[in-house]
Ligand binder design. Structure first.
Ligand code: ZN
Length: 70
């Protein structure tokens, strides 16, 4: 088991009582956990897989209605 872990937000050493079973792991505090959550909410971690509503609609309509050949 690795003992020395750093908080990914503030980069301080994690207190020893925070291990993989701890509610706020891998963060050093509720505040850092909240900061991380906020980053998710703001889309900072979102990679380039975002589809526009038009693209989503297009994909759905392609699946549901086969092309008609007349
Ligand atoms: Zn921290």
């Amino acid at each position: 088991m690795i003992r020395r872990l750093n908080c990914p937000i503030c980069e301080k050493d994690l207190p020893l009582e925070i291990d993989g079973n701890h509610a706020i792991f891998p963060f050093c505090s509720q505040q850092c956990k909240f900061v991380d959550l906020n980053r998710w909410m703001n889309g900072e971690y979102v990679v380039s897989e975002t589809l526009s509503p038009e693209q989503v609609y297009e994909e759905l309509s392609q699946q549901e209605t086969p092309p008609e050949y007349e």
